[in-house]
Design a protein around this ligand. Structure first.
Ligand code: SF4
Length: 353
């Protein structure tokens, strides 16, 4: 099974962020939270003692605000389970300002074998405008440190089209990053419209520029041997995130802590997004997903990843219409969005289902 741990703490809240988190935390808050997490994990394994542990993913928030000792304490709970021998991937999301050589050495000893670094951009002005805690300097310092560390599987997060972005920013960022380290995985996100605070409006690049930033980043990565295995995710062969794939292929996954989603035995449920609700053990359940809901999700996830079997569609006439409009293509009985129209997936989905 795939395990997600949500760490809801950040040193500063970025202006575009919609995750459940708090920039106000102290030792006591972290201690209380870790204790609750340990109880939740232990409770899960008491009722599911034979579960194999395939991946553990520390996401957030900013998991790297935790010390290596705190991360060790959490991993230890998994290590005590018999299914731990099966673990393949332990990922920790991090922000550049938290990266030190000692920290990475300690993570490596704890079997953290995948580090995801939130760079977003190397444009210092954009970082400042969107309220990132990191600066251009702290990012380069982190990249230098990572270049010397023993964790081989490094993933970089970028955002195409932040306010203040200039044409060619994404390729310039990638070129600089790859001159410092050799990531195996890169995610390029595009902010959704509603994420923008109104004050950014005058500084935002046009939709065309955002799309062309994404596409030029994709082409650059492909020229380096990366392939796109999900709308926003690119990897060298064999370095696709095994954990993230579990969400898209309906594997069983269990999320712990605030606002984490789980899919176990066909049921999807979400922990409460508020601290008080979470500590009371509140969850929202969608119940067991119906065959129709699962089919819709297979279409939705399939269009974002490796395509959808034509057999999933009740009628192929809409697929054919989109094919004529060059929005979709069909190869060997599988349906994919065309590369330039991946931006219209939501519109296409709306008509397909
Ligand atoms: S560091 Fe990440 S999780 Fe934290 S506020 Fe910024 S975008 Fe959100």
């Amino acid at each position: 099974m795939f395990f997600y741990l949500h760490i809801p703490f950040c040193r500063q809240k970025c202006l575009y962020c919609k995750f459940a988190l708090t920039p106000k935390f102290d030792e006591l808050k972290i201690r209380t939270y870790i204790d609750a997490l340990k109880r939740e994990i232990e409770g899960f394994f008491i009722s599911h003692p034979d579960t194999l542990i395939e991946t553990i993913y520390f996401g957030g928030g900013t998991p790297s605000v935790l010390t290596s000792g705190q991360i060790s304490e959490i991993i230890e709970v998994f290590r005590e389970q018999k299914g731990f021998a099966n673990v393949f991937e332990i990922t920790l999301e991090s922000n550049p300002e938290d990266i030190t050589g000692e920290y990475l050495d300690a993570l490596s000893e704890l079997w953290v074998n995948r580090l995801s670094l939130g760079v977003q951009t190397l444009n210092g002005e954009s970082l400042r405008v969107v309220g990132r805690a990191d600066s251009n300097e702290s990012i380069f310092r982190a990249l230098d440190t990572i270049a010397k560390c023993s964790i081989e599987n490094i993933s970089i997060d970028l955002i195409a089209g932040l306010p203040g972005t200039v044409i060619g920013q994404t390729v310039s960022d990638l070129t600089e990053i790859f001159s410092c380290i050799t990531p195996k995985h890169v995610s390029i996100y595009m902010l959704e419209d509603e994420s923008y605070p109104l004050s950014w409006k005058p500084h935002l690049p046009s939709e065309e520029i955002v799309r062309s930033e994404y596409l030029s980043g994709m082409e650059w990565l492909q020229s380096k041997g990366f392939h796109r295995y999900e709308l926003s995710n690119f990897a060298e062969p064999w370095f696709e995130s095994r954990h993230n794939r579990s969400y898209w292929n309906h594997s069983n996954y269990r999320g712990f802590w605030l606002s984490s989603a789980s899919f176990v035995g066909g049921e999807r449920f979400i922990n409460s997004p508020s601290f008080s609700g979470y500590y009371r053990g509140e969850k929202q359940s969608e119940g067991i997903l119906s065959p129709e809901s699962l089919r819709i999700e297979r279409i939705m996830f399939g269009l974002r990843t490796s395509g959808v079997s034509l057999d999933e569609f009740d009628t192929v006439s809409t697929v054919e219409k989109f094919q004529r409009e060059w929005l979709l293509k069909v190869r060997e009985n599988r349906v994919f969005p065309t590369s330039t129209w991946i931006f219209l997936i939501d519109h296409i989905m709306g008509e397909l289902i």
